[in-house]
Design a protein around this ligand. Structure first.
Ligand code: BG6
Ligand code: MG
Length: 219
């Protein structure tokens, strides 16, 4: 373990790329089919939450109990719709100033990990050509416990060889900020500060994060 060295962990959806809107549209389509009302506000509870758990929540909202086969079919349908949305993704869908931050951190030679609940993380990073910035990817395929459990970030810290208390996490989800806090890491909320009020720091997006702030995190 490299004590004292700072590790950076980025969530994917809603932090690096604006895919939260595609997740919302895909869930909304399924919700409409099932006659369940689903708003953007409801979608906040889906951010950072595994695909499986999202469908459980949606069915709870509609008071529906279904067979395992039906559950799997709807899960697959949502993912197919989501994949259709992201099929044409390219670098233009990277959120503002994310490449600048990644480039700056790379220049400082700090280890960088992805910490995402998504099982689609690797192909998305590849499409937007940001894969080379990451030393390791920890995603929905490598965890058993979903955020707010700290597992995803603790695995990322271990893979980076950095102590959890020396890691910084960028997150747009309430569950993700809780996961980072539960891991004993520094949490940085990206988005609405009122929603992400448990974060150690809050920024609307990366345009508000200057290089001095990033460098201060290294000390
Ligand atoms: C998270 C998103 O990053 O990934 C959630 O914030 C999503 O909304 C979760 O449900 C799982 O993503 P996927 O791509 O595996 O369905
Ligand atoms: Mg997210």
């Amino acid at each position: 373990m490299n004590m004292g060295r700072t590790g950076f962990i980025f969530d994917l959806d809603g932090v690096i790329v604006d895919t939260a809107k595609y997740h919302y549209l895909a869930w909304k389509k399924l919700a409409d089919e099932l006659g369940i009302s689903f708003t953007e506000e409801d979608n906040e509870n889906f951010k950072g939450v595994s695909r499986n758990r999202c469908l459980e929540i949606l069915l709870e909202m509609g008071d529906l109990t279904v067979s395992q086969a039906q559950f799997s079919a709807w899960l697959a349908e949502k993912n197919e719709d989501y994949l259709a949305y992201i099929a044409g993704m390219d670098e233009t869908e990277i959120l503002p100033d994310v490449p600048r931050a990644l480039e700056h951190l790379r220049g400082r030679n700090v280890p960088i990990a992805l910490g995402s609940a998504s099982k689609n993380a690797a192909p998305i990073l590849e499409k937007v050509q940001l894969l080379p910035y990451f030393d390791t990817l920890v995603d929905g395929n490598s965890v058993t416990k979903a955020k707010p459990d700290p597992e995803v970030f603790l695995i990322a810290a271990e893979k980076l060889g950095v102590a959890p208390e020396d890691c910084v996490v960028f997150e747009d989800a309430v569950a993700g900020i809780e996961a980072a806090n539960n891991a004993g890491m520094t949490s940085i909320g990206i988005g609405d500060a009122d929603i992400l009020d448990k974060a150690d720091y809050n920024f609307k997006d990366f345009t508000e994060i200057d290089t001095e702030f990033l460098d201060d995190l290294l000390r």
